[in-house]
Design a protein around this ligand. Sequence first.
Ligand code: ATP
Length: 367
Amino acid sequence: MATVALKDVSKVFPNGTLAVDNVNLDVNDGEFMVLLGPSGCGKSTVLRMVAGLETPTSGAVMIDGEYANDLTPPDRRIAMVFQDFALYPHMTVEDNIAFPLKLAGMESTPREERVASVATALGIGDVLGRRPSQLSGGQRQRVAMGRAIVRRPRLFLMDEPLSNLDSGLRAELRAEISGLTRELGVTTIYVTHDQAEALTMADRVAIMRKGVLQDVGTPTQVYGRPATLYVAAFLGSPKMNLLEASVYVHLDRYVALNLGEQSLYLPWGDIRSRAVAHYHGERIVVGMRAEALTPVAPDAPGDVLRGRIRFLEHHGHESLAFLDIGATAVVVDEMGSRVVEEPDVGSRSLRRGLSQVVQRLTGRSVE
Ligand code: ATP
């Protein structure tokens, strides 16, 4: 097992492309860290620098507290798993898993013992004689993992290992991969542009944009408390509602959010009013998830936004209502009231009406 730390790491390619811009990131021992971001944001370059396949232009890659910039890839004791799992089709499962040990010159008896113990740990001991074409997708994934762990790496690096698969198999295998790496206890850095993959698999997610690290946190944190407007707009489907508001504090009574044509009055002491009170007199951007907005009767009292439904969208498991609330539009999940996990206060039932004003409200976008 291993820790990884990136300290002020930048990468400029010879053609002048700044692919990674001063990234600082700590990956804990045994952690499953997902690097998430759109195509070209620099996530593969970060992974390749950890693997030793690229050299940072500046900054330090530390593995287990050791300066690793000058270590060769083999000296890093890292295993990389690529797209398609890249198994050798003409070899048996046993030979596929044994291959790295053969390359390393290990004698056949200890090699066979090592392969057998890895295969048993992965639950593929009974298919050692088969070829990859005779395996299910999940079994192929396990063989690829077996081949990666057989040399006892301290770190797994995975670059979009599921990207060429159909969606059913992807969903199945993402549970397999995150389950397996946890069982094995190996620190893992996993690159993807797929947010469902990131949010379902990760212990923590690191979100990148244009070479810059935007936010790092558990899936619940980055989804519910995004650090930047970019992350707020990037994560989730439907997108988070982002509304401009002016804040007015009426001490001991309420905090008013003026949204233009209507205002919201948040009771004093309420978690939402506490989140915005220190922006008194400022214009901010308020983020509200669709599922945090609950439809209520037209004459419902309290902190309620009023809007006109433009259209409804039915998705089977949920229905979304698109509303105009004056100058802006919001999306509301029609499923009714929910309980939302608030990391600060534990879980709590939501009030009727506008149920959550999302935190970290700032007008500054990180551009
Ligand atoms: P994708 O998901 O499409 O692989 P990514 O987020 O992994 O994207 P990178 O592959 O890290 O992004 O690339 C980051 C930027 O660096 C891109 O603009 C890319 O074109 C550029 N880049 C990557 N490798 C090189 C290279 N060898 N030479 C020049 N530019 C490069």
